[in-house]
Structures are given as structure tokens and as C-alpha cells.
Design a protein around this ligand. Structure first.
Ligand code: DQA
Length: 143
């Protein structure tokens, strides 16, 4: 079973972001971590990152058309992109929202997710393990 793992803006530059919040894995290392975790769950992942809202929407359209389950870290788009929410809402297969940090422990603008309401579930605050836990949850949902 294939899973799309989509990552939003600035996650491609984890190497430049605050390590006290995001840890010290750069994006290539995070990608490898996700691929290894997926292999342990017998899932095949296609891990992508984009800073472009348009590209993420197009990937969600692709997932909706092909019925591919999605794990998405929408990054800052989480908090305001109704367009990504609407695209995600078209999926008829599970979509899990993940975050490296726990946005509820951070600035107030991060306390709103416009994505959570259409996600199967949300996993936040466990660093790279948020993705591993999402893959495990997905295995359960796909049974
Ligand atoms: C994030 C949390 C968002 O608030 C932030 O804009 C990000 C990363 C996370 O993974 O913790 O870019 O989604």
C-alpha cells in the first residue's frame, strides 16, 4: 500500500530552523526516517515537500483521484489555508495531520488548525516520531 507524505513550507529547511523546537534532523534525514518507519509497517511512502500552496493542492488532487492515503504536515498552511483544507476534504481515504512540534504549546496563531476538522486524526509534538505514529495509525485505519 502506497502512502503520500506531504510536507509544507519551510520544512525543507529544517537545518536552518530553531532546533529547540524542531530538533536536529534536516529534511533529507527526516525523509529517510519516514521511509524506514514505513518499511517497518510494510507501507511504501512517497515523501514530498513544497513551499508552494498550489503544488500541495495538486498533490492532494492526485491523492483524491488515485485514492492514495495521505499523511500531511501542512506547516504554516495549517493555520490558514482553506484551499488546502478544501482539497484535503475531497479524499475518500484516510488523511492524518502531523506536526513535529506541539502547536498548542506555542504562539496563539498556531492554536488554530483549519485542517484538523477534516483529518482522520492529528498527531503533534513528538518530533519525527509524529510521522512514525501516523504511519502506525494509518495501518490500523486501512485494516
Ligand atoms: C509545524 C508547526 C507549524 O506551526 C509551523 O508553521 C511549521 C511546522 C510542525 O511540524 O511543528 O512550519 O507544522
Amino acid at each position: 500500500m502506497k502512502v503520500l507524505v506531504l510536507n509544507g513550507p519551510n520544512l525543507g529547511r529544517l537545518d536552518l530552523r530553531d532546533t529547540s523546537i524542531y530538533g536536529d534532523m534536516d529534511f533529507p534525514a527526516l525523509k529517510k526516517f519516514i521511509e524506514n518507519a514505513a518499511q517497518e509497517c510494510s507501507l511504501e511512502t512517497d515523501v514530498r515537500q513544497s513551499d508552494s500552496e498550489v503544488e500541495i493542492i495538486q498533490w492532494l488532487h492526485e491523492a483524491a483521484e488515485k485514492k492514495i492515503p495521505v499523511i500531511i504536515n501542512p506547516a504554516a498552511f495549517t493555520h490558514y489555508s482553506y484551499a488546502i483544507r478544501d482539497a484535503a476534504e475531497m479524499l475518500t481515504v484516510p488523511l492524518i495531520e502531523v506536526h513535529l512540534s506541539n502547536p498548542l504549546r506555542r504562539e496563539e496563531f498556531r492554536h488554530t488548525s483549519v485542517i484538523s476538522g477534516i483529518a482522520s486524526g492529528t498527531i503533534s509534538g513528538f518530533g519525527p516520531d509524529s510521522y512514525r505514529l501516523a504511519l502506525l495509525a494509518l495501518v490500523g485505519l486501512l485494516k
